[in-house]
Design a protein around this ligand. Structure first.
Ligand SMILES: [Zn+2]
Length: 504
């Protein structure tokens, strides 16, 4: 038997040896990296706290919980999203009728004195408080607990209408203006409440919103193109613009023209100089389009900085992380607006989305959108290959196969390495690993082997830890076990290969 084979055998033995069975102290000692999972309150109610934590430790080698404490969105909270098959655990019944969202812990009124957003208690699970429910059992097991807070709202929440963004045509939007003092105060109040009222280990902050330029073009994976609904043109934005010497009128005019160009492009009305030239000309003639977009990023990143400094002022050992959205993987223009080294200055870790399985259909959707407007003159398949070069992706399938193939473990490794290089050691990188994120009917469904390979790729690329995403209530147990197997193999074994058949 050659030495490699001996190593393989040794690693397999380690992975299943009784001494390092998941959940035992020796297993925890062997896993210094943070291995986290995202989960919502409903899973603990449906399946029981100790039972769920057993599964996390035994199958997933998990030592950190990212609990969906605040969101009105279904990506982090609730059971499986309606219309998708249920995973092999939990209640096999949709929560469509009672899902509401909000704060799944208990809001303490004194923290919210300076914001109009006072009534956010999630009503869907009665008096359940996810932190009170999970913290004691998690602490007993030595697991860290983080609060996931997401900037996703519903319009019926008291106060939301007063602080809503205003779109290009003057309509109220469903999103909240990040220049509005009530909104800024809400986020610092919320994280203060969690960090002072509960014995948590920190915060993971989610804000997947884009500025008006990318929204106008639909230049993300999850968007439809809505160039007349871009935001924000509210009084707080106008004030911020005045203070910075930015012309509101010129900015608005630029976006009105962009709206016109996008609508013409969607209708196939080709400008005589072509779609791209006309778009670039608009940016040259109305640089305010870029400046107004940057204003959105400024407000978004100021909220992140305020969350960080608020939490650190409470206790410096509390950890703050930011979720970096998927569009960062596909869109070079978005990438240009996100400096990893700057983000790293206001957090302890970044959860970089590297969802590879659903990434295939999402990347394809992104190409479809930009091929309908700015790059309409370029055949889609060529545009995808060109974009691959810009992104430094070399292993991904052609556009027509992308959704059914998903993205490769190589993509996971490249995005992990790029983030690590970008932050230059200033913060930790915890890639978000796709476990069962719902995809369309004809798109790839990840096998346990796929999940194992993606998990191993992130660790092999040098990740400081992982966060299994998006939520336990959409994960199949076999895939969670495969991820855990990769973690154990990688931590126990210097050869750095996981134990999935395809890898051995
Ligand atoms: Zn505004």
């Amino acid at each position: 038997m050659n030495s490699r084979r001996q190593l393989l055998k040794a690693a397999a033995a380690t992975a299943i040896a009784p001494g390092v069975m998941p959940g035992s102290a020796s297993a925890a000692e062997k896993m210094p990296k943070m291995i986290g999972i995202q989960a919502g309150a409903v899973s603990f109610i449906d399946e029981g706290v100790p039972q769920v934590l057993d599964i996390f430790q035994e199958r997933g080698a998990i030592n950190a919980l990212f609990l969906a404490t605040f969101t009105y969105g279904r990506g982090l909270a609730g059971r499986q999203i309606p219309g998708q098959p249920f995973p092999d655990h939990g209640k096999q019944e949709s929560d469509e009728k009672f899902f509401h969202g909000g704060n799944y812990a208990t809001p303490h009124a004194q923290f919210y004195a300076n914001t109009i957003l006072k009534q956010t208690r999630a009503p869907d699970l009665g008096d359940a408080d996810i932190l009170r429910m999970v913290l004691p059992e998690a602490k007993k097991r030595g697991m860290s607990v983080f609060c996931s807070c997401e900037d996703v709202w519903r319009s019926s929440v008291p106060g939301v209408n007063e602080v809503a963004e205003v779109d290009l045509r003057g309509r109220k939007a469903g999103t909240l203006c990040l220049f509005n003092p009530d909104v800024r105060d809400f986020w610092t109040a919320l994280v203060s409440d969690y960090c002072r009222s509960y014995d948590v280990d920190g915060i993971l902050f989610f804000n997947e919103r884009n500025g008006p330029l990318l929204n106008a073009l639909g230049a993300s994976h999850a968007q439809s193109i809505s160039s007349s609904r871009v935001t924000c043109f509210c009084e707080h934005h106008q004030k911020a613009a005045r203070e910075r010497g930015i012309s509101f009128d010129r900015s608005r005019e630029g976006y009105l023209r962009l709206d016109q160009l996008v609508q013409n492009s969607l209708a196939g009305k080709r400008p005589s100089d072509g779609y791209f030239v006309e778009f670039w000309r608009l940016l040259v003639e109305y640089p305010e389009i870029l400046i107004w977009d940057r204003l959105f990023d400024e407000a978004k990143h100021r909220v992140l900085a305020e969350v960080y400094s608020t939490v650190k002022a409470i206790r410096p050992t509390l950890q703050v992380g930011f979720h970096i959205e998927h569009v960062n993987s596909f869109n070079p223009i978005f990438r240009a607006t996100r400096r990893y080294d700057e983000l790293a200055r206001k957090c302890d870790f970044l959860k970089v989305v590297v969802y590879n399985n659903c990434g295939g259909e999402r990347y394809a959707h992104f190409i479809d959108n930009i091929a309908s407007t700015v790059f309409r003159d370029v055949p889609k398949a060529e545009l995808k290959r060109f974009n691959d070069h810009l992104l430094n992706y070399t292993q991904e399938k052609d556009l027509q196969e992308l959704a059914s193939a998903g993205l490769s473990p190589d993509y996971v490794a490249r995005e992990t390495q790029r983030a690590i290089a970008g932050v230059g050691g200033r913060c930790k990188i915890l890639p978000g690993i796709d476990i069962g994120i719902p995809t369309g009917k004809n798109s790839r469904k990840a096998s346990p082997e796929d999940t194992c390979a993606a998990t191993a790729a992130a660790l092999r690329a040098g990740a400081d830890g992982l966060i299994f995403s998006r939520k336990y209530s959409e994960m199949n147990l076999a895939n969670l076990s495969a991820a855990g197997r990769a973690v154990r193999a990688m931590s126990a074994w210097s050869q750095q290969r996981c134990l999935c058949p395809s890898q051995v």
